[in-house]
Design a protein around this ligand. Sequence first.
Ligand code: G6P
Length: 481
Amino acid sequence: MIASPAPASRYLIVSNRLPVTVSQKEGKIELKASAGGLATALSHVHGTEGSRWIGWPGETGQMDKSARAELDRRLNADGMIPVHLTTKQVERFYEGFCNGVLWPLFHYLLDKVRLDAWVDWQAYREANELFADAVARHYQPGDRIWVHDYHLMLLPALLRKRLPHASISFFLHIPFPASGVFRILPWRREILEGLLGCDLIGFHTHSYQRQFLSSLLRLLGLETQVDSVTYDGRMVRVGAFPISIDTEHFIKESSTPRVEEAAAKMREQNTECKILFGVDRLDYTKGMRRRVLAIERLLERSPGLAGKFRLIQVASPSRTKVEAYAQLRRSLDELVGRVNGRFSTVNWSPVQYLYQTMSLEDLMPLYRAADVMVVTPTRDGMNLVAKEFVACRNDNDGVLVLSEFTGAAWELGEAVLVNPYDIDGIARALQQAITMPEEERHFRMTRLRQRIQRWTVHDWVKSFDAAFAQVTSENERLRQS
Ligand code: G6P
């Protein structure tokens, strides 16, 4: 799958979260697939050519020594190397800095950013050092190191110090904000310098790439090119590599008799009622509150639509110990209750809200049965749910309502694009989607499907890999000249 420059070359993938997360039930260790696009997409790199994945397996602070040793053995057997974090580190590094500072800032939610987080910043630095030690311990000459996401932005420079000639790359799975927003961060220089330890830095879109380069110019005074910058005698390439899904896998899995039957049954039960569907981690960036407010607005504008549609919204628990997430959960519970209380009849409710993690197996029939898929984050690096929905629609039907502020909107132009801040606009888009003529639905979906077949997760890996190999050999030449 990966076009390696040398046969011995393997990938060391480094991300905060491993593709599996551990839990302990009645003394037994359970491993579950981790949520989010990063884990899903990278499983296509991991497992090839002896690659290793270094990351946090989830909370192990309370585990005794023997349970932890058993866990490590199981992970090692699958090519995973755990970095264990103490309960305090989880609190300050993961919850405090990553998800209390960087996540809201990079998603433009400035009122949620905690800027007096000096203690958490220290924890962020320490955790990055811990990861650097783990990578250096497992590194073999010729390995290619691929670091992922906002949790580990200091890691490339820390690795460059320990392994000056290593090939190091980084991919950001969330948006990179405009430089005017990024510069709010008191630790902005350290973060930029951390990333500049790389040979290659990748983003989902050209817009994030430009915003990063503009931060380098404005905050570090670096003279940047469109896709590179020279730093510390090395070439640092910067590029856009939109992540995608394993399209073929979704096409295949969504047309099994089990999925077809379950979807047909769901449709039979809803012949008079269109199904609007949303599935997200319970995160304030996903725009779920405004989505529910848009349902309320739609019913105010068009009372005749009562009973003619319902929104099935799945929200999977996420970062539950971070206060902003706990708050969102309470306010969403209340909002759904209010809107349902206002419009429900004995036989119908406008919003069916499920607070649970749903397996792909259970999601597929919903993707197939939905008349309208509602994806309205206020910001999202890419959003793979939109692509999964399209891949599952072998019937060339179904309408995608998609936020303009997602990376996916740059590719999926035939969706009904909405401004996720504009509640009235979302309500109008939902109405357009509910009433869209069959011919237009087919036209749009056919084109969307062509797009996601042309660019899959395998293309993402290949294009990143090719750029990485090229810059690595350029830097090798520079070193030797
Ligand atoms: C987003 C991030 C990932 C993260 C995932 C789940 O997709 O880009 O890095 O793993 O959310 O969040 P969590 O905090 O549970 O790892």
